[in-house]
Design a protein around this ligand. Structure first.
Ligand code: ZN
Length: 391
């Protein structure tokens, strides 16, 4: 028999259920309560109407929102790239190997080292309110190294993505076609059983539109669903390919034509924005305002990786999106919760309505707006995952 708990005296509750509270997309309920039964939300509404439960937690007039859904990270890697970051931010030349540096360190790492790193970053993210996360392979680039990264990841999340097509493996740099054949053949066969998603970095210097199409369609034939790194560093075919192939998400979306925006607005593909990458490379921000105004579903995620965005903090990304990408605080919070869930095609996370998983974040603040209003402050003071208080 499951135990029920009411969290009461919540000053502002973000439900992401527009039928509740103020009827906004956030479904914001004032003076609210949430009832957890087992691992699920059983009830949400005004405190005064909450049903009787076994246990009671007083939120003390603070804000509660759904746990963050971080739909884009790269947490299976060895080493770090401190010197490369330091040189970039110091304006010093640095002959960095970029992703290749991490590929070498990842291949050299033991399974235990890879898993220890993953566990550490997940704990870090959980403390900052992330209760659902996706993570990718992409630093092994051999059949054995990609498959073992996915096996390790699958022990910690259901949202595992095969990104063998991150860059062309260094040993096949002169023969990209051979590498695409490997990724869509033997490597895919070994990796598909451990993953839900297939991804490709569609960018100049990585994979072009035809190669990306070959990778994603091969993955789809093996039961994986597409998502794509698209239009990050330059304009390109990635976003429109994503919509055409019904990818769950096109990630980055920094350089978009009007036709790209129109395609996203008409399709079923979420635009996932990753401001940690622009922050960490001093690059041009993606224009969230333009996407939201066009009716595109926008998600916000960390892109946590050792090269271009070494943050696990969704609250930090929310603050950047509000400060530099034209989002309102309400929009940014929605995108980091319900938007992330949409980018993973999930409706059991990212909202606090009966039947959803009881994944909640309690802020040491009276409103979700404080996530952007008080940037850099560790406001997350409680986290429930699957109904269990973990922070
Ligand atoms: Zn990425």
């Amino acid at each position: 028999m499951s135990t029920s708990t009411v969290i009461t005296n919540i000053a502002a509750l973000v439900t992401n259920d527009p039928s509740l509270g103020d009827n906004s997309p956030l479904g914001l309920v004032r003076d609210a309560a949430v009832v957890i039964d087992g691992d699920r939300v059983a009830w949400t509404g005004e405190s005064s109407k909450a049903p009787a439960t076994d246990n009671r937690v007083d939120a003390g007039g603070r804000a509660v929102l759904p746990g963050f859904v971080d739909s884009h990270s790269h947490l299976l890697f060895g080493g770090d790239r401190t010197e490369e970051f330091n040189a970039r931010m110091s304006g010093r030349p640095y002959s960095a190997g970029g992703i290749r540096t991490t590929v070498a360190a990842t291949r050299a790492a033991s399974d235990a080292e890879l898993e220890a790193g993953l566990t550490r970053y997940l704990a870090e993210a959980l403390r900052q309110g992330t209760t659902t996360f996706e993570t990718k392979s992409g630093y092994g680039l051999t059949t054995a190294d990609e498959a073992r990264a996915l096996r390790v990841a699958a022990r910690h999340t259901d949202e595992v993505t095969f990104l063998g097509a991150h860059i062309v493996a260094p040993e096949l740099a002169d023969d990209p076609a051979a590498y695409v054949a490997l990724v869509t053949g033997e490597m895919l066969d070994a990796c598909a059983p451990h993953a839900r998603w297939i991804d490709v970095f569609c960018e100049k210097g990585a994979f072009d539109g035809d190669q990306a199409r070959a990778v994603l369609t091969a993955g789809r034939a093996k039961g994986l669903h597409p998502r794509i790194h698209a239009n990050q560093l330059s304009y390109g075919p990635g976003v429109q390919l994503a919509v055409e192939l019904d990818a769950a998400s096109a990630d980055h979306c920094t350089h978009l034509t009007d036709a790209d925006v129109d395609a996203l607005a008409a399709g079923n593909t979420v635009a996932t924005l990753l401001p940690g990458a622009e922050f960490s490379t001093r690059a041009e921000w993606p224009d969230a305002r333009r996407l939201v105004d066009a009716g595109v579903t926008v998600a916000l995620s960390t892109d946590c990786n050792p090269g271009s965005s070494f943050t696990s903090s969704v609250p930090f990304c929310v603050a950047l999106a509000v400060r530099d990408m034209g989002m309102t605080p309400d929009e940014a919070v929605w995108s980091a919760t319900a938007g992330g869930a949409a980018a993973l095609r999930r409706d059991d996370v990212g909202r606090l309505a009966p039947g959803a998983y009881a994944d909640l974040t309690l802020l040491d603040a009276p409103s979700h707006v404080h996530l952007a209003y008080r940037p850099g402050v560790p406001l997350v003071s409680g986290v429930w995952r699957r109904g269990v208080r973990v922070v």
